[in-house]
Design a protein around this ligand. Structure first.
Ligand SMILES: [Zn+2]
Length: 304
């Protein structure tokens, strides 16, 4: 079975994670732009981070057989630095136009401040201009209030709900998010918050329509295999395979393919892995390791 993890911060993860994800059936991933654990102090840091999301990380994932996409946005925490936020807003359109960018995100509320709301609204307008879907991060504190407020604001900006993924849902927010017509994504955190046992119950209760499972794995304690593990647990607990395919693959594909940048054929018919390939002179290999070179159909490709 193939899986999509539509929310994972692989920049913070290791090559072991990539290998394990590929072995577990993860074929494609989406890496949302977010904060890095400490605040950035100048716009150049955002510029280089966005560049790595559309450049090096896509290359690195491909070296392990995984197709990498990203979303570009100013996260809610750093929206609170207004002078910096203004400069980030200026560079965003350049990156939103890059191929492999499948949404504006992740954007939304952290502490529900006035500045967070300001930059949420500005980025919603930007998404409309560039005609991309939106990925909404909902706050971990005041979850219900923050989620409802985000949807109210999206509706004020007249963005249709089928273009918006509301992420980090739980049992308390799910029903209203689905009722209003949005994609409802769930992050499976190890041990805390939404565990995968709880996710199985959510799918049993609400069915698979518009529900998306993701890992949001990052630099913290998190699990890059959360999507395949949850999918397999659903099967064990008697959830029909068709529902597992929808929640762990097809719904994410449907939501983000609205960008025009997210196509199943990209990973169903991939370029063979060739770890001799370089990115700006860099390889993923170290100290004389033997490169993995998969069989090719045609032998006429040029190796750098
Ligand atoms: Zn995230």
């Amino acid at each position: 079975m193939k899986f999509i993890d539509p929310h994972i911060h692989v920049t913070s993860r290791t090559t072991d994670d990539y290998e394990a994800m590929a072995a577990a059936g993860v074929a494609a991933i989406i890496e949302p732009a977010f904060w890095l654990g400490q605040p950035r102090t100048n716009v150049g840091s955002f510029q280089d981070y966005f560049s790595s999301l559309v450049g090096f990380e896509k290359f690195r994932a491909a070296q392990f057989g995984i197709r990498h996409y990203c979303t570009i946005g100013l996260n809610s925490k750093e929206a609170n630095n207004e002078a910096l936020a203004e400069q980030v807003m200026e560079i965003m359109p350049l990156f939103l136009a890059k191929e492999n960018v499948v949404a504006v995100g992740e954007i939304g509320f952290d502490d529900m401040t006035a500045l967070e709301e300001k930059y949420l609204r500005l980025q919603l307008e930007m998404a409309k201009e560039v005609n991309l879907p939106v990925l909404i991060h909902t706050p971990h504190r005041n979850k219900k209030q923050g989620t409802y407020r985000s949807m109210d604001i999206i509706e004020e900006h007249e963005i249709p709900p089928h273009l918006v993924v509301i992420d980090h849902n739980n049992e308390e927010t799910c029903e209203e998010v689905l009722r209003r017509g949005y994609w409802a994504a769930f992050t499976i955190y190890p041990k805390t918050k939404m565990g995968n046992e709880r996710m199985v119950e959510v799918v049993k209760k609400y069915g698979p329509e518009r529900i998306i499972v993701d890992s949001s794995a990052d630099w913290g304690v998190s699990d890059p295999l959360a999507v395949p593990k949850t999918g397999n647990l659903m099967l064990e607990r008697g959830v029909p395979q068709e529902h597992v395919e929808l929640t762990c693959y097809k719904n994410a594909l449907a939501a983000y393919s609205q960008s025009g940048q997210f196509e199943e054929s990209d990973w169903l018919d991939p370029e063979p892995i060739d770890q001799r390939t370089l990115f700006e002179g860099n390889s993923v290999l170290r100290g004389g390791q033997a490169p993995r070179v998969d069989d090719k159909q045609e032998d006429d490709r040029i190796i750098q």
